[in-house]
Structures are given as C-alpha cells and as structure tokens.
Design a protein around this ligand. Structure first.
Ligand code: FAD
Ligand code: UDP
Length: 365
C-alpha cells in the first residue's frame, strides 16, 4: 500500500509527490506519457533543451514559489519579449510604446493614449462584453486588427466576439518602452531545462510511465489510501454530464543547420492566413551558441478529433458544466483533483506550484 497514488507526473503531481515524500509518505506516481514533467517537459535534442509542449517561461511574484523552484535548478536571466509578425511588418509584444510608435510613427505616451481612446470611442465600446470589445477598448482597432484578431481566431478556433474578455487581460498594456511580456518580480528559464527539476522532485517516489489510470483503474486505486488526480475531471466521472471543451495544439519540430533562424525565442504570426500561431527557437531560451538550431512551429488544433487537452475553454457554458463535476469531485471519497485539467483552469506554472504546495501542507500530517 502507498500513502498516495498520484495520477499525472506533471507539475501539480510532482510538486505534491515531492512534499509528501519529504514528510516520509510513500507515493506511486503514474503517467500515461513516456516521460515525466507533463507539458513542462523539455527534451535535449542535439544539445538544445527543446520545450516539447510549447514555450514555457517561468515567472512569479510569489517569493516562496520562486525559492522553491530555485532549490532544484539555477534560473537564467531570460526575459520573455516575443516579436509579432504581421505580413512583412514586425512589432514588439506585449503592447507597449515600442509597438505603438512603430504602428503610428509617434513618440510619446500621450499621443498613443489619444489614438487608442479615439479608436475606442469610434468603435462605440463602453462596457466590453467579449474579447474583441475588451481588446479594442484596451489597445484600439489598429492593434486589434493587426496583432489580435487573426492570432486569437487561430488560437481558439472562434472569432474573438465569441470569446470571453478575460483571455486578453492576461497580456500587459504599457505606456513605457518595455518589451517584458510579464509584470512579475521573478522570471527566468532553468539552466539545463525543466526535466532535471522533475527528476529531483520525484527522486524519492516510485514512478511508472506509459501507465494510463483508465487501463487499470480499480487495481491502481486499490494500491493507495488517497489519490491525487491531475487528469481531466470529466473523463474521471465518465462524462456523465457531458464533455468539457478544450483547445488542442500540434507541434512540428525541425533541426536546422544554421546558427540563428529568427533571432528570438518566440515569434508570433498574427495573420489569419499563416497556419501556425508561433515559432519557437529553443536555443535562445538559454542563450545557446551551438552551430545548429531547433525550431518548433505551433499549430492550434481541434480537441474533439483525438487531440490532447491543452487549454480549458472557460466560457460560461463550460464553467457551469465544470461546477457540476466539482460537486461530484467534492463527494468523491479519497480523491483530490488538481492541476490545469483536474481544476479546469488556465493556470500558469507558478499558480500550479502554489496550489500543490498549499494542498500538501493542508492534507499531509
Ligand atoms: P500537465 O502538465 O498537463 O500534467 C498532467 C499530467 O497528467 C500529464 O503528464 C498527463 O499525461 C497525465 N495524465 C492525464 N491523464 C492521465 C491518465 N488517465 N493516466 C495517467 N496520466 C495521466 N505556464 C507558465 O507559467 N509559463 C509559460 O510560459 C507557459 N506556457 C505554456 C504554453 C503552452 C503551449 C501551454 C499549453 C501551457 C503553458 N503554461 C505556461 C502552463 C503550464 O503548462 C501548466 O501550468 C502546467 O503544465 C500545469 O501542470 P499540471 O500538472 O496541472 O498539468
Ligand atoms: N494574443 C494575441 N496576439 C498575440 C499574443 C496573444 O491576440 O500575439 C491573445 C490570444 O487571444 C491569446 C491571449 O492573448 O490566447 C493570451 O496570450 P498568451 O501569450 O498569454 O497565451 P499562451 O502563451 O498562454 O498561449
């Protein structure tokens, strides 16, 4: 018997398992994939740490979480500053004075504010109710048309008018010349990749890969006093209220015999007619100097056609459905649901770590 069966060797499961094993508890950690780390997994390809499930930049304001992560790896000074390509034009992200001055040939914050305010008034938006209206009221129609509309439609498979406003509020809007994508106090990439962190988190646990909970549900459940479940919550309950919707992704990775392909780790393609959303050049996360490079094109994809679940679609319909599953989850004896899939929330890494640390200190004696 184990104290805990942890379903999913991603960030939530691994942080929880580490805290449990530190307190002398035994954990069996399973994952249906052939590696640990969940979506944060990095794979070394020809000396370059490739972010296998899309660019992962660690950022947080939570000092305890930052110290926790730094106890497993050294973090470099990487600051995320993506470039947006729209046709043959390029712009800095997030939306800031560099973006505005290039777009409108202006210099000062008051000029930018005046243009954005005029475009908001012209669009007649007072109380934004969807992503399109929220975006126009934050940055105006020009930025919306060039940098948001096409990208968002590709990313979510729906026009921005049909999407909740909160998605775009994740991005900072700044009236300073500052291309830092995040506002947090701490930011960086673990030198040597993320997977090493997971190896350390899980070093005192038994880990079984290529093991799907559903292939052997009853037997696996009987091995432990309590289950920490980080897979999709709707499947756990046999979709009894219906399926939660997700957005999926597809990645195409290529090794190129050139030193520097795009000069930046993340380049977003914001036109609707470019099929991918972004290209990641992995070496730039760690300031690599290899003679070759590895790039990944990221495509957004429909989840219903056998895709992996990446982004929960937190609109009203899905949130209501999730709340019904949450009631079942609260009554499920000896099972706790966590992480991006178990909680059906769009969570960054630092939030997942905080949730896992809090859960561990609450339930582990
Ligand atoms: P996951 O990483 O999804 O782990 C869940 C694990 O459970 C998976 O390994 C899965 O295989 C396993 N599992 C599921 N079902 C079963 C089953 N039935 N049996 C066995 N195993 C199962 N966050 C940031 O802070 N910064 C970023 O820059 C950032 N970029 C991102 C980019 C992309 C493209 C995506 C998709 C996410 C990004 N995130 C980022 C968020 C980050 O990926 C998550 O916060 C983190 O992965 C959540 O960890 P988790 O353990 O909840 O989920
Ligand atoms: N977004 C956009 N243009 C961009 C980058 C982002 O319109 O160049 C919008 C898009 O709707 C996206 C949201 O902002 O879903 C949040 O972007 P973020 O980069 O945080 O998304 P993630 O990295 O989590 O996919």
């Amino acid at each position: 018997m184990y104290d805990y069966l942890v379903v999913g060797a991603g960030l939530f499961g691994s942080v929880f398992a580490r805290q449990a094993s530190q307190k002398g508890k035994s954990c069996l950690v399973i994952d249906k994939r052939n590696h640990i780390g969940g979506n944060v997994y990095t794979k070394n390809i020809e000396g370059i740490n490739v972010h296998a499930y899309g660019a992962h930049i660690f950022h947080t304001n939570d000092e305890e979480v930052w110290k926790f992560m730094n106890s497993f790896a050294r973090f470099n000074r990487y600051t995320n500053s993506p470039i947006a390509v729209y046709g043959d034009e390029i712009y800095n992200l997030p939306f800031n004075m560099n973006t505005f001055s290039k777009l409108w040939n202006i210099k000062t914050p008051s000029e930018a504010k005046a243009i954005i305010e005029k475009q908001r008034l012209d669009a007649g938006i007072t109380d934004p109710v969807n992503l399109e209206e929220q975006a126009i009221s934050l940055v105006g129609t020009d930025v919306y048309k060039k940098l948001i509309e096409g990208y968002t439609t590709k990313q979510w498979g729906k026009p921005p008018r049909e999407l909740p406003a909160f998605i775009i509020k994740r991005l900072p809007v700044r009236y300073t010349y500052d291309n830092n994508y995040f506002n947090d106090d701490y930011q960086g990439i673990p030198i040597g990749g993320y997977t090493k962190i997971f190896e350390k988190l899980l070093e005192d646990c038994e880990v079984r890969l290529n093991t799907d909970f559903y292939d052997n549900r009853e037997e696996l459940s009987s091995y432990a006093h309590q289950i920490i479940f980080t897979g999709t919550i709707d499947r756990y309950f046999d979709y009894c209220f219906g399926k939660l919707e997700y957005r999926s992704l597809r990645f195409e990775t290529e090794i190129l015999n050139i030193e520097n392909y795009q000069g930046n780790a993340v380049v977003n393609y914001t036109c609707a007619d470019v099929p991918y959303t972004r290209i990641i050049e992995h070496k730039h996360f760690e300031f690599g100097t290899q003679p070759h490079t590895v790039i990944t094109r990221e495509y957004s994809a429909d989840f219903s056609q056998n895709g992996d679940p990446y982004y929960p679609i937190n609109d009203d319909k899905n949130n209501e459905l999730y709340n019904r599953y949450k009631v079942l989850a609260a009554n499920e004896k000896n099972v706790i649901f966590g992480g991006r899939l178990g909680m059906y929330r769009y969570l960054d890494m630092h939030v997942v770590i905080r949730e896992a640390l809090d859960l561990a200190s609450k339930i582990i004696q």
